[in-house]
Design a protein. Structure first.
Length: 292
């Protein structure tokens, strides 16, 4: 039986580190999956990153995973340029003291999946070898347009690459007209953590967790049955068009609900997830771990 810990992409509440920490604290979340803090983390110097890490430590915030953009890169572009960025991402993980890095399996024309599979696996093996040497787990997220977009491709990747860990994102499956439960079953043998984001299939719009077709309660039950110990539920709400969105996603962000501010949208996402956990019989301990 799993014990769940909440983390979040707090850049969806604020661009600044002060705003991100405030959003986490008022929602009782002690972990962050950093992605953008006054700009992309891969573009920051060691000194800037160390200052961010020190601020987190002073405020009692820990890093669950680095929400990197690694693998959001066209398969037809030269690999060496991206490999340089990946090596910088490994340094970011070290500075932040996290063993996990969220990543992707390269943008691939979906009509060329079979043709590109060999090159995807070649690149992924190189990344995995370097990550293993650095003591970092590469955690693959199912994302639109990459090789691992659908459950069958996720299953293929995780089977072919035993060192690769899985990040499950239900909304991404919904947006691609795939069954989130099938996606979870494909990911479970290598599951590292879950992203919590929900969507409506018919409207292709993002909604708070539990309000869409992501079957979030069901997939949490599956994770609970399959895992022992602590597992992160990392909130990636996408309920409000935060400043960095256009830099990290190629798609128009459509929201079914309207919010007055990014903070309000973020708080709603947290409350929705906590509501699901309570309905499933979990309670929150004083240390903010959720267990039955």
């Amino acid at each position: 039986m799993a014990k769940f810990i909440l983390s979040a992409f707090a850049d969806e509440a604020s661009e600044t580190i002060e705003g991100q920490i405030a959003a986490l604290k008022r929602n009782g979340i002690g972990y962050i999956e950093p992605r953008n803090i006054g700009g992309g983390l891969l573009e920051k110097t060691d000194e800037e990153l160390e200052k961010i890490a020190d601020t987190f430590a002073k405020e009692g915030i820990r890093v669950s995973s680095f929400g990197s953009p690694i693998g959001k890169y066209d398969i037809d572009r030269p690999f060496e340029d991206h490999l340089i960025k990946f090596r910088r991402a490994l340094q970011v993980c070290k500075i932040f003291g996290t063993k996990n890095m969220r990543m992707f399996s390269f943008f691939v024309p979906q009509e060329r999946l079979a043709e590109c599979r060999t090159e995807v696996l070649r690149r992924m093996r190189i990344l995995l070898d370097e990550a293993k040497e650095a003591g970092v787990n590469l955690c693959h997220e199912n994302e639109t347009g990459i090789y691992g977009q659908n459950p069958s491709e996720v299953r293929d990747l995780l089977s072919a690459l035993p060192d690769l860990r899985g990040v499950f994102d239900p909304a991404n499956y919904v947006m691609n007209d795939q069954d989130p439960v099938e996606g979870m079953r494909a990911t479970l043998p290598s599951l590292e953590y879950l992203h919590i984001k929900d969507a409506l299939r018919a409207k292709k719009s993002i909604v708070p967790g539990g309000c869409g077709d992501g079957k979030i309660a069901e997939v949490i039950r599956l994770a609970d049955a399959a895992r022992e110990g602590e597992t992160f539920l990392s909130l990636e709400p996408h309920l409000f068009e935060f400043l960095a969105y256009k830099q990290i996603d190629r798609h128009e962000l459509k929201n079914e609900y309207e919010f007055a501010s990014a903070d309000e949208a973020f708080d709603c996402a947290v409350a929705s997830l906590k509501g699901i956990l309570i309905q499933l019989g979990y309670s929150e301990r004083e240390d903010h771990v959720w267990e039955k």
